[in-house]
Design a binder for this molecule. Structure first.
Ligand SMILES: Cc1ncc(COP(=O)(O)O)c(C=O)c1O
Length: 403
């Protein structure tokens, strides 16, 4: 039986019989591949499934190398270490994202610089990155210094939010102009395409997540992809405890136990076999949501850019409190009462205590989107009857407030 994702104490958390927000579908070769791991005893981080999963993901995203990691967060931390990010450095991130990429920046001792998202696609606003780089940074002895914090700006970490790609050509052009490393956070977006090419091969490195609510899951897991052989070797070295000599256990550097296990990879490989089908279903759900919600006053819809083929990982609407006459949180509670799980997006990171001391370049749109956004059920296994129930419940909750 597939278990629901539990979010204790959150209003709208799933309970039995509820239509969940996003749960995995495990109905393919997962059982066969995991059984083989168990039967043969290859359950740890060495095993053929790890190699096969890496090869399949690398080929799928069009990257030369892939390094399987214990989680998406571990992949991000590793990518930052490989890029040479450390104390006193700064990394540019969107103000609206799940916190993991910003945590990974802090693990290295570096600091996030939070930049606003654009109002159309909710991805990091490249015009705002440029404003920050041009207006607030200065080159001093070869280093790009943030004049406010005196720290060195070293990298951009664009996050392909909610399955929609960032405008990567524009990010890469800026990065090359200012000499910055780019690490794509594609945790939510495996299968998404930017200008006809899958995300995960447009930057210096990219990171994916395979946790329980992602479009492809390993239970937990991540992947670092890159076209750079040295980066891949370095990532492999750091994620396997930085052993200079595996027999004598010689370590010149601090290493990490960040490798994926064979059992995780076995699940992931089976999931990858169904990825295109999963993306197709999510895109279908998105077009049904869009066509049936578009005329409801006060509901704003996610848009897809001309360069994008989004995976629509979590379908998210905006609720304009004045016009809809209720907030996104009221709607969430109303849906929960009707047996439907929904969830706001992440609290903008710049105002969280965990990131005190970080620099915020801009965040106005992020705050508005956070206030209005509500993600609605998007599991690949959702039936059309269930989706119909969600859409009718949105209308009913609104009508009940008016009567
Ligand atoms: C944008 C983003 N980055 C990173 C992560 C971290 O991945 P993981 O949970 O596998 O560590 C996630 C999801 O969890 C995410 O949504």
């Amino acid at each position: 039986m597939v278990k629901m994702i539990k979010e204790k104490s959150a209003p709208g958390a799933p309970i039995k019989g509820m239509i969940p927000l996003s749960i995995p579908e495990i109905r393919g070769n997962e059982w066969v591949y995991v059984k083989e791991c168990l039967d043969t005893g290859w359950v740890s981080s060495v095993g053929s499934y790890v190699d096969r999963f890496e090869a399949v993901v690398a080929k799928y995203v069009g990257a030369r190398h892939a390094v399987a990691c214990a989680s998406g967060t571990a992949a991000l931390h590793t990518a930052l270490l490989v890029a040479g990010i450390g104390p006193g450095d700064e990394v540019i991130l969107p103000a609206l994202t799940f916190a993991a990429p910003a945590f990974a920046v802090r693990y290295t001792g570096a600091w996030p610089v939070f930049v606003d998202i654009d109002p159309n696609y909710w991805q990091i606003d490249i015009g705002r990155i440029e404003e920050f780089l041009v207006g607030e940074c200065r080159r001093v002895r070869g280093k790009l210094i943030n004049t406010r914090t005196k720290r060195t700006v070293k990298a951009i970490l664009p996050v392909h939010l909610l399955g929609h790609p960032v405008d990567m050509d524009a990010v890469m052009a800026l990065a090359r102009k200012f000499g910055l490393v780019v690490i794509e956070d594609a945790a939510e977006s495996i299968g998404a395409e930017y200008k006809g090419r899958k995300v995960g091969s447009h930057a210096d490195m990219a990171c994916f997540s395979f946790n329980g609510n992602k479009i492809v899951t390993c239970g937990g897991g991540g992947m670092l992809t890159t076209g750079n052989k040295y980066f891949a070797e370095r990532a492999r070295f750091l994620t396997t405890q930085a052993k200079e000599d595996p027999v004598e256990y010689i370590h010149h550097e601090v290493g990490y136990n960040y490798r994926m296990t064979n059992v995780q990879a076995a699940i992931g490989l089976a999931q990858m076999e169904r990825l295109d089908e999963f993306v197709g279903r999510k895109r279908n759900f998105a077009s049904v949501y869009a066509s049936r919600l578009k005329d409801i006053p006060g509901i704003g819809l996610a848009r897809e850019a001309s360069w994008a083929r989004a995976t629509c990982w979590l379908y998210t609407i905006l609720v304009d409190k004045k016009i809809f006459r209720m907030s996104s949180r009221d709607l969430m509670r109303g849906l929960a009462a009707a047996g439907i799980q929904s969830r706001p997006l992440w609290h903008p990171l710049h105002s969280l205590k965990a990131f005190k001391g970080s620099y915020t370049a801009s965040a106005r749109v992020a705050e508005r989107v956070y206030d209005q956004a509500l993600s609605v059920p998007s599991s690949t296994g959702m039936t059309s009857q269930e989706q119909d129930r969600v859409i009718r419940a949105i209308c009913d909750v609104r009508a009940s407030k008016r009567s």
